[in-house]
Design a protein around this ligand. Structure first.
Ligand SMILES: NC(=O)c1ccc[n+]([C@@H]2O[C@H](COP(=O)([O-])OP(=O)(O)OC[C@H]3O[C@@H](n4cnc5c(N)ncnc54)[C@H](OP(=O)(O)O)[C@@H]3O)[C@@H](O)[C@H]2O)c1
Length: 257
Protein backbone atom coordinates (compact mmCIF):
# COMPACT_ATOMS: atom_id res chain seq x y z
CA UNK A 1 0.00 0.00 0.00
CA UNK A 2 1.34 3.41 -0.96
CA UNK A 3 2.15 5.88 1.84
CA UNK A 4 -0.18 8.92 1.61
CA UNK A 5 2.67 11.43 1.71
CA UNK A 6 6.38 11.19 2.24
CA UNK A 7 8.19 14.07 3.94
CA UNK A 8 10.47 15.83 1.49
CA UNK A 9 13.26 18.40 1.56
CA UNK A 10 14.87 20.65 -1.04
CA UNK A 11 18.60 21.28 -0.57
CA UNK A 12 20.48 23.72 -2.79
CA UNK A 13 24.16 23.06 -3.34
CA UNK A 14 23.70 19.38 -2.52
CA UNK A 15 26.51 18.36 -4.89
CA UNK A 16 29.40 19.02 -2.51
CA UNK A 17 30.61 20.09 0.92
CA UNK A 18 28.09 21.19 3.50
CA UNK A 19 25.04 20.69 1.26
CA UNK A 20 26.04 17.14 0.43
CA UNK A 21 26.44 16.33 4.14
CA UNK A 22 23.05 17.92 4.92
CA UNK A 23 21.40 15.95 2.11
CA UNK A 24 22.88 12.72 3.43
CA UNK A 25 21.71 13.54 6.95
CA UNK A 26 18.18 14.30 5.77
CA UNK A 27 18.12 10.98 3.91
CA UNK A 28 19.13 9.24 7.14
CA UNK A 29 16.33 11.13 8.90
CA UNK A 30 13.83 9.67 6.45
CA UNK A 31 13.35 12.62 4.12
CA UNK A 32 13.02 12.33 0.39
CA UNK A 33 15.64 14.83 -0.79
CA UNK A 34 15.60 17.00 -3.91
CA UNK A 35 19.20 18.15 -4.21
CA UNK A 36 20.14 20.95 -6.60
CA UNK A 37 23.62 21.59 -8.02
CA UNK A 38 25.51 21.92 -11.28
CA UNK A 39 28.14 19.17 -10.97
CA UNK A 40 27.28 15.90 -9.25
CA UNK A 41 30.62 14.24 -9.95
CA UNK A 42 31.85 13.99 -6.39
CA UNK A 43 29.18 11.86 -4.78
CA UNK A 44 30.12 9.78 -1.79
CA UNK A 45 27.16 7.53 -1.02
CA UNK A 46 24.40 8.60 -3.32
CA UNK A 47 24.93 7.37 -6.89
CA UNK A 48 22.88 4.22 -6.84
CA UNK A 49 19.85 5.98 -5.40
CA UNK A 50 20.28 9.12 -7.50
CA UNK A 51 18.57 10.18 -10.63
CA UNK A 52 18.13 13.37 -12.50
CA UNK A 53 15.18 15.63 -13.12
CA UNK A 54 15.87 16.62 -16.71
CA UNK A 55 16.91 20.24 -16.78
CA UNK A 56 13.68 21.68 -15.50
CA UNK A 57 11.42 19.97 -18.00
CA UNK A 58 11.07 16.39 -16.85
CA UNK A 59 9.53 14.77 -13.85
CA UNK A 60 11.35 12.75 -11.24
CA UNK A 61 8.68 10.13 -11.71
CA UNK A 62 8.64 9.05 -8.11
CA UNK A 63 5.52 7.27 -7.04
CA UNK A 64 4.48 4.35 -4.92
CA UNK A 65 6.31 1.12 -5.66
CA UNK A 66 9.99 1.83 -4.99
CA UNK A 67 10.43 5.53 -4.34
CA UNK A 68 13.84 7.09 -4.93
CA UNK A 69 15.10 8.83 -1.81
CA UNK A 70 17.51 11.25 -3.48
CA UNK A 71 16.63 13.25 -6.57
CA UNK A 72 19.64 14.80 -8.22
CA UNK A 73 18.61 18.01 -9.96
CA UNK A 74 21.17 19.53 -12.31
CA UNK A 75 20.50 23.25 -12.47
CA UNK A 76 22.42 26.50 -12.34
CA UNK A 77 20.45 28.41 -9.73
CA UNK A 78 21.00 31.63 -11.66
CA UNK A 79 18.70 30.34 -14.40
CA UNK A 80 15.57 31.57 -12.67
CA UNK A 81 13.05 30.32 -15.22
CA UNK A 82 14.39 26.79 -15.09
CA UNK A 83 14.60 26.87 -11.29
CA UNK A 84 10.98 27.97 -10.95
CA UNK A 85 9.91 25.22 -13.37
CA UNK A 86 11.75 22.66 -11.23
CA UNK A 87 10.04 23.98 -8.10
CA UNK A 88 6.64 23.65 -9.77
CA UNK A 89 7.44 20.06 -10.75
CA UNK A 90 8.46 19.14 -7.23
CA UNK A 91 5.31 20.70 -5.78
CA UNK A 92 3.21 18.73 -8.29
CA UNK A 93 4.55 15.39 -7.01
CA UNK A 94 1.37 13.74 -5.79
CA UNK A 95 2.65 11.82 -2.79
CA UNK A 96 5.17 14.08 -1.13
CA UNK A 97 4.78 16.67 1.58
CA UNK A 98 7.48 19.35 1.34
CA UNK A 99 8.66 19.97 4.90
CA UNK A 100 12.14 21.49 4.58
CA UNK A 101 13.95 24.01 2.39
CA UNK A 102 17.71 24.29 2.94
CA UNK A 103 19.19 27.36 1.26
CA UNK A 104 22.78 26.19 1.27
CA UNK A 105 24.31 26.89 -2.14
CA UNK A 106 26.89 29.61 -2.02
CA UNK A 107 29.87 31.01 -3.81
CA UNK A 108 32.79 33.08 -2.53
CA UNK A 109 35.44 35.32 -4.03
CA UNK A 110 38.05 36.83 -1.76
CA UNK A 111 40.65 39.57 -2.02
CA UNK A 112 40.73 43.33 -1.87
CA UNK A 113 37.34 44.65 -2.92
CA UNK A 114 38.89 46.71 -5.72
CA UNK A 115 40.24 43.46 -7.20
CA UNK A 116 36.80 41.83 -7.61
CA UNK A 117 34.77 42.55 -10.71
CA UNK A 118 31.06 43.14 -11.33
CA UNK A 119 30.48 39.52 -12.47
CA UNK A 120 31.89 38.04 -9.27
CA UNK A 121 29.98 40.50 -7.08
CA UNK A 122 26.79 39.79 -9.04
CA UNK A 123 27.25 36.01 -8.76
CA UNK A 124 27.69 36.17 -4.98
CA UNK A 125 24.66 38.41 -4.49
CA UNK A 126 22.55 36.24 -6.75
CA UNK A 127 23.52 32.78 -5.46
CA UNK A 128 24.03 33.66 -1.78
CA UNK A 129 21.12 36.04 -1.24
CA UNK A 130 18.72 36.57 -4.13
CA UNK A 131 18.09 32.88 -4.88
CA UNK A 132 17.33 32.00 -1.21
CA UNK A 133 14.81 34.85 -1.12
CA UNK A 134 13.19 33.74 -4.40
CA UNK A 135 13.05 30.04 -3.45
CA UNK A 136 11.61 30.91 -0.05
CA UNK A 137 8.98 33.13 -1.65
CA UNK A 138 7.98 30.35 -4.04
CA UNK A 139 7.72 27.70 -1.31
CA UNK A 140 6.47 29.61 1.72
CA UNK A 141 2.75 28.93 1.24
CA UNK A 142 3.44 25.20 0.98
CA UNK A 143 5.74 25.27 4.00
CA UNK A 144 3.10 27.14 6.01
CA UNK A 145 0.51 24.54 5.03
CA UNK A 146 2.89 21.74 6.06
CA UNK A 147 4.29 23.54 9.13
CA UNK A 148 7.74 23.08 7.68
CA UNK A 149 11.20 24.53 8.20
CA UNK A 150 13.55 26.83 6.32
CA UNK A 151 17.26 26.50 7.03
CA UNK A 152 19.53 29.23 5.72
CA UNK A 153 23.24 28.50 5.67
CA UNK A 154 24.68 31.90 6.47
CA UNK A 155 28.17 32.27 7.96
CA UNK A 156 30.03 33.78 10.88
CA UNK A 157 31.03 36.44 8.36
CA UNK A 158 27.45 37.71 8.80
CA UNK A 159 28.33 38.94 12.27
CA UNK A 160 31.90 40.10 11.80
CA UNK A 161 33.94 42.53 9.79
CA UNK A 162 35.49 40.80 6.76
CA UNK A 163 38.45 42.48 5.15
CA UNK A 164 39.28 40.59 1.93
CA UNK A 165 35.77 39.12 1.99
CA UNK A 166 33.79 42.33 2.02
CA UNK A 167 31.13 41.44 -0.55
CA UNK A 168 30.84 37.79 0.49
CA UNK A 169 30.29 38.82 4.12
CA UNK A 170 27.68 41.35 3.04
CA UNK A 171 25.67 38.64 1.24
CA UNK A 172 25.81 36.43 4.34
CA UNK A 173 24.74 39.34 6.57
CA UNK A 174 21.87 39.91 4.17
CA UNK A 175 20.85 36.26 4.45
CA UNK A 176 20.95 36.51 8.26
CA UNK A 177 18.80 39.64 8.18
CA UNK A 178 16.36 37.90 5.84
CA UNK A 179 16.21 34.90 8.20
CA UNK A 180 15.60 37.01 11.29
CA UNK A 181 12.71 38.93 9.74
CA UNK A 182 11.27 35.83 8.10
CA UNK A 183 11.32 34.06 11.46
CA UNK A 184 9.17 36.81 12.97
CA UNK A 185 6.85 36.88 9.97
CA UNK A 186 6.36 33.11 9.70
CA UNK A 187 6.55 31.81 13.28
CA UNK A 188 2.83 32.25 13.97
CA UNK A 189 2.09 29.95 11.05
CA UNK A 190 4.13 27.13 12.54
CA UNK A 191 7.08 27.58 10.19
CA UNK A 192 10.56 27.25 11.67
CA UNK A 193 13.30 29.51 10.29
CA UNK A 194 16.91 28.85 11.25
CA UNK A 195 20.06 30.69 10.22
CA UNK A 196 23.17 28.60 10.70
CA UNK A 197 26.44 30.52 10.89
CA UNK A 198 29.40 28.19 10.50
CA UNK A 199 33.00 29.31 10.85
CA UNK A 200 35.66 27.83 8.53
CA UNK A 201 34.53 24.44 7.32
CA UNK A 202 36.65 22.03 5.37
CA UNK A 203 35.12 22.22 1.88
CA UNK A 204 36.02 23.52 -1.57
CA UNK A 205 34.63 26.98 -0.82
CA UNK A 206 38.14 28.40 -0.58
CA UNK A 207 39.11 27.34 -4.09
CA UNK A 208 39.37 31.02 -5.10
CA UNK A 209 41.20 32.14 -1.94
CA UNK A 210 44.87 32.31 -0.96
CA UNK A 211 43.99 30.69 2.39
CA UNK A 212 42.16 27.58 3.54
CA UNK A 213 40.98 25.89 6.72
CA UNK A 214 43.74 24.76 9.04
CA UNK A 215 43.86 20.93 8.87
CA UNK A 216 44.00 20.43 12.67
CA UNK A 217 40.70 18.89 13.79
CA UNK A 218 40.18 21.55 16.49
CA UNK A 219 40.85 24.39 14.03
CA UNK A 220 38.08 23.80 11.49
CA UNK A 221 34.54 22.47 11.23
CA UNK A 222 33.48 19.53 9.08
CA UNK A 223 30.40 19.48 6.84
CA UNK A 224 28.97 16.88 9.24
CA UNK A 225 29.20 19.40 12.11
CA UNK A 226 26.89 21.66 10.12
CA UNK A 227 24.60 18.71 9.33
CA UNK A 228 24.43 18.08 13.11
CA UNK A 229 23.19 21.67 13.56
CA UNK A 230 20.54 21.15 10.89
CA UNK A 231 19.37 17.96 12.61
CA UNK A 232 19.27 19.78 15.95
CA UNK A 233 17.09 22.55 14.50
CA UNK A 234 14.74 20.11 12.80
CA UNK A 235 14.29 17.89 15.85
CA UNK A 236 13.61 20.65 18.38
CA UNK A 237 10.53 19.92 20.47
CA UNK A 238 7.33 20.96 18.70
CA UNK A 239 6.39 24.37 20.02
CA UNK A 240 10.02 25.54 20.18
CA UNK A 241 12.25 27.10 17.51
CA UNK A 242 15.97 27.43 16.92
CA UNK A 243 16.30 30.72 15.02
CA UNK A 244 20.11 30.98 15.01
CA UNK A 245 23.08 28.68 15.48
CA UNK A 246 26.70 29.85 15.50
CA UNK A 247 29.29 27.11 15.05
CA UNK A 248 32.98 27.63 15.66
CA UNK A 249 35.99 25.34 16.01
CA UNK A 250 37.84 25.49 19.31
CA UNK A 251 40.86 27.24 17.77
CA UNK A 252 40.90 30.33 15.58
CA UNK A 253 43.40 29.58 12.81
CA UNK A 254 43.66 29.67 9.05
CA UNK A 255 46.37 28.38 6.75
CA UNK A 256 47.97 30.34 3.91
CA UNK A 257 48.11 28.33 0.69
N1 LIG B 1 33.20 26.28 3.96
C1 LIG B 1 33.06 27.23 4.88
O1 LIG B 1 34.02 27.57 5.59
C2 LIG B 1 31.75 27.91 5.09
C3 LIG B 1 31.58 28.67 6.26
C4 LIG B 1 30.36 29.33 6.45
C5 LIG B 1 29.35 29.21 5.51
N2 LIG B 1 29.55 28.46 4.39
C6 LIG B 1 28.47 28.38 3.42
O2 LIG B 1 28.11 27.03 3.24
C7 LIG B 1 27.45 26.89 1.98
C8 LIG B 1 28.02 25.66 1.27
O3 LIG B 1 29.38 25.91 0.91
P1 LIG B 1 30.52 24.80 1.05
O4 LIG B 1 31.47 25.29 2.05
O5 LIG B 1 29.93 23.45 1.18
O6 LIG B 1 31.27 24.99 -0.37
P2 LIG B 1 31.21 24.11 -1.70
O7 LIG B 1 31.70 22.74 -1.44
O8 LIG B 1 31.90 24.95 -2.72
O9 LIG B 1 29.65 24.01 -2.01
C9 LIG B 1 28.95 25.03 -2.65
C10 LIG B 1 27.69 24.42 -3.22
O10 LIG B 1 26.91 25.46 -3.84
C11 LIG B 1 26.57 25.04 -5.15
N3 LIG B 1 26.47 26.17 -6.06
C12 LIG B 1 27.26 27.26 -6.13
N4 LIG B 1 26.87 28.05 -7.15
C13 LIG B 1 25.82 27.43 -7.73
C14 LIG B 1 24.98 27.75 -8.81
N5 LIG B 1 25.15 28.86 -9.55
N6 LIG B 1 23.98 26.90 -9.15
C15 LIG B 1 23.82 25.75 -8.44
N7 LIG B 1 24.56 25.41 -7.39
C16 LIG B 1 25.55 26.24 -7.04
C17 LIG B 1 27.71 24.13 -5.57
O11 LIG B 1 27.25 23.23 -6.55
P3 LIG B 1 27.96 23.03 -7.98
O12 LIG B 1 29.42 23.26 -7.80
O13 LIG B 1 27.58 21.65 -8.37
O14 LIG B 1 27.33 24.04 -8.82
C18 LIG B 1 28.00 23.39 -4.29
O15 LIG B 1 27.15 22.28 -4.15
C19 LIG B 1 27.70 28.19 1.23
O16 LIG B 1 26.55 28.99 1.29
C20 LIG B 1 28.81 28.85 2.03
O17 LIG B 1 28.79 30.25 1.91
C21 LIG B 1 30.71 27.79 4.16
Amino acid sequence: MCEASRKAAIVTGASSGIGEAIAERLLQMGYEVYGIGRHFDNERNMPERSHEIEKGTGSSGTGCGEPEAFHRIVCDLRETGKLLQIVREILKEPDISLKVLVNNAGTAYYGLHEELNPEKIGEMVRVNLEIPMILTQQLLRTLKKNKGDIINISSVTAISSNPHGVAYGATKAGLLSFSRSLFDEARKYGVGVTAIMPDMTETNLYRNADFEADPAMDAHLTPEDVADAVEYALTAREGTCVPEIILRPQLHRIRKK
